[in-house]
Design a protein around this ligand. Structure first.
Ligand code: F6P
Length: 323
């Protein structure tokens, strides 16, 4: 194998640049040229290839985001666009493709694999919802950012004796809410897996007040059916049931920014280099993910059809801690 294209796709995640650098360096060591694809699958379908500048890679390897740019590109579900991308790969003399991204991106990888082009994915999404990998690039950094934010919110909430509804990312998977809720000692954790009605959230926050707590925090997943707005709306309409003054914070994209943590740098380095080795060794249609503290290659078919469940015993632990 002499030439491999590499693309970052979907939501960016801190550590993507670290993975690009590691893949490039592994390629150099093995005598394989790594070529970047700009703007995710959109760029791939237009053949938007770019040679890497090793100095730029070195300088950006510890910065968040992705120097290649990324995109959510719905049109990639069409057969015509997929074939177009494969034609560009062939015209560019690429013999393999590495896709750094989450669920949607690895669905794209599987289609390319199905069309017979050699692909290896790399697990990367702050949501940690990618089946087949215990953890993905960006999760640890996002969690640390959330914890830092919750601690900061805690000091102002404490000073004003307020309750806060804090929306965190995660979409359909409540991992970030659950882990940050446990780590910060939140009074309430709302996830799509364990939904709560707005009145239940209000009741739990009021209970915290009755217990003499000076403030209370509810961490709410952005994809929950009863999100922060619905809960706030309920509390506003039932002020007699609520003793705290209420504020709401949407953490938003701050969770996807910032420099990758030590763990994310390590994970991205291991997965970036492993993906190149995998293609060199003839592995096809697999995800380079992380299982039991090491790199694991999981068939993309399994990754795409599997679904991660939130750990019920962790959820019970969180409930116990919040009381
Ligand atoms: O999938 C990553 C994620 O950050 C989700 O947690 C969030 O719901 C979504 O992307 C936000 O998407 P966008 O950046 O397109 O607004």
């Amino acid at each position: 194998m002499r030439r491999i294209a590499i693309v970052t796709s979907g939501g960016d995640a801190p550590g993507m640049n670290t993975a690009l650098n590691a893949a490039y360096q592994m390629g150099r060591d093995l005598g394989i040229e790594l070529v970047g694809v700009r703007r995710g699958y959109e760029g791939l379908s237009e053949g938007d290839f770019v040679p890497f500048d090793p100095l730029e890679l070195r300088e950006s390897m510890n910065r968040g985001g992705t120097i290649l740019g990324t995109a959510r590109y719905e049109a990639f579900i069409t057969e015509e666009i997929q074939q177009q991308a494969i034609r560009h790969l062939a015209d560019g003399d690429m013999e393999g493709l590495i896709v750094i991204g989450g669920n949607g991106s690895q669905r794209g990888s599987l289609t390319i694999h199905t069309h017979g082009f050699p692909v290896v994915g790399i697990a990367s999404t702050v949501d940690n919802d990618l089946y087949g990998s215990d953890v993905s690039i960006g999760v640890d950094t996002a969690l640390n950012t959330i914890i830092d934010s919750l601690d900061r919110i805690g000091t102002t909430a404490d000073s004003h004796h307020r309750a806060f509804l804090v929306e965190v990312m995660g979409r359909d998977y409540g991992y970030l809410a659950l882990m940050s809720g446990i780590a910060s000692g939140a009074e309430v954790i709302v996830t799509p897996e364990f939904e709560m009605e707005p009145e239940e959230v209000a009741r739990e926050l009021r209970l915290a007040h009755d217990q003499g707590k000076r403030y209370a925090i509810a961490v709410v997943t952005d994809g929950a059916k009863n999100g922060v707005e619905k809960i706030a709306d309920y509390i506003e309409k039932h002020p007699q049931e609520f003793d705290f003054e209420l504020r709401m914070t949407i953490l938003g994209h701050v969770q996807r920014g910032g420099s990758p943590t030590v763990f994310d740098r390590y994970l991205a380095t291991r997965l970036g280099s492993a993906a190149v080795q995998a293609l060199r060794d003839g592995k096809r249609g697999v995800l380079a993910g992380w299982r039991d503290s090491g790199v694991a290659y999981v068939p993309l078919r399994e990754v795409v059809s599997g679904r991660k469940d939130l750990n019920v015993s962790l959820w019970r632990l969180a409930l116990m801690l919040s009381k």
